[in-house]
Each structure stands twice: as C-alpha cells, then as structure tokens.
Ligand binder design. Sequence first.
Ligand SMILES: [Zn+2]
Ligand SMILES: [Zn+2]
Length: 274
Amino acid sequence: MQIRVLGCSGSIAAGSRTTSFLLDGTVLIDAGTGVGDLTLAEMARIDHILVSHSHLDHVLAIGLLADSVTRRRHTERRPPVRVHALAATLAALRTHIFNGVIWPDFTRLPSAAEPVLELVAIEVGQVLETGEHRIEVLPASHTVPAVGYAVLGTAAGGGGSSGAWVYTGDTGPNAALWARLATLQVDALVIETAFRDDEHELAGISKHLCPAMLKSELAQLGRPMDVYITHIKPGEVDAVMAEIGAHDSPHRIQALVSGQLMEFGHSGAAVNGR
Ligand SMILES: [Zn+2]
Ligand SMILES: [Zn+2]
C-alpha cells in the first residue's frame, strides 16, 4: 500500500498545504488544500473520503473536489464519492458547508437520484471496508468530535501480518489511542504537533499537542517506531522539530513532508522523497 502525502501543514503559505493523504489513489484521508495538487483525472479516481473532523483545514476540499469531478463521474456512470465521518461531523458539513449558502448541496447534485457525494456515518472502533482496504476508526480528543484512522496491513503468508499506517488526526492527550495501539502492529505513526512549547497553554485549550506533550504521549507506546510529525504551522517546522529533537526518545521521529510517499503493509514501512 502507498500513502501520498498531499498536505501536512497546519495552515497555508507558498509550499504549505493542509492535511490530505491519498491512499493507493482511491481513498482520500482528510481533504485539506493539498487536494489541489491532484490532476482532475487523479481526483476523479477517488471513491472514498475519510474525514477526521469538521475543522476547515481538513474539509475544505470536499466541496471543491465534488464540483471538479461531477461531470466526469456522471458521464462515466460512477457511484457517488462516499464521505465517511462521525455523525456529528456530517451534521456540521450539512449545516455549515453544503447548505446552499457557503456551497451547494452536492449530496443532491447533479440530481437527488444520482448525486456526486454520499455522506456515510462511522463510529470509533468500526473497521471500514473500502474496496481493497480495511481501515479502523481510532479515538481522538479535540475541541470538536474527531477521530484518527489506522489503515490496517494486509494478512501476510505464513500466519503473520504486516503492520498498519496510523494517523492520529488533530488531538490533544489521547490515552484511548495508546490503549488501542498497544494491541496493533504499527509500521508508521503520523501524529500532530501543532504548537511550540512556549504555546503550551494554547495547545491545551485548542486540544492539540506541543513537543513536551508529544513526549508524554509517545512514552505510552510499547515499542520504538517510525514517527512522522504533521500539522506544524508554516514557518515553524524547524523550531518544532528542534524542540522535539531536544527530548531523548527511543522513537525515530521526523517531520512529514508534502509530496512524500510512504510505502507500508509489506515487511515494514519505507519512505521515499519525491
Ligand atoms: Zn482541528
Ligand atoms: Zn487541523
């Protein structure tokens, strides 16, 4: 399996795009501004969008993508793009985005009978089947209802299994996540660190992490692993990574980069720049 990192920044600037990951070309995990780097043909291949929560940096491309691919998918008689999220997140999308004021209701366009988007409610602990993928919904702790996702590895021959790719979503301290990951083989962990340590208080209020909080979170992992930091604000990457590097850690920690390709679910994760 392959994850293409389309965007992993906490906000926008030239070269910085907000959260969006593309799994094997067909499953989009969060729909931030990074989606704009896809060609129309690449966008039209996406059959599933998994949303972590309702914040704008993670959802703004859903409606724009729908607008871009409507004609092509309708002509090709393709089914609606399925948007998976917590019921509360879907309600927020309906009320605040697909309301005919901010954006048209693409769950009823181009026609109510054959719309381009279909909203599908999910719950924490559920395992979604999206064609070839099995994706578990993980708990997150944020200022709005939120989840993370684990793309589960494929069953390997010989009775073993390959590991999962885990994305925490936006989250503050999250004991429930570490309890779940204790029983899961993880190849790569993508975790947010949205703030620097001098903004510790703001991180607490907004339910994000800063490097000191990240350290206490990662201490709850049972074994060393590859950890990728996401959701750092533009211009803050070097400072946040320096603060993280100043803490001793058994984990292999690096900043995620837009355009990065992450291969996993084989014998181990491998990462290539683009
Ligand atoms: Zn958020
Ligand atoms: Zn965010």
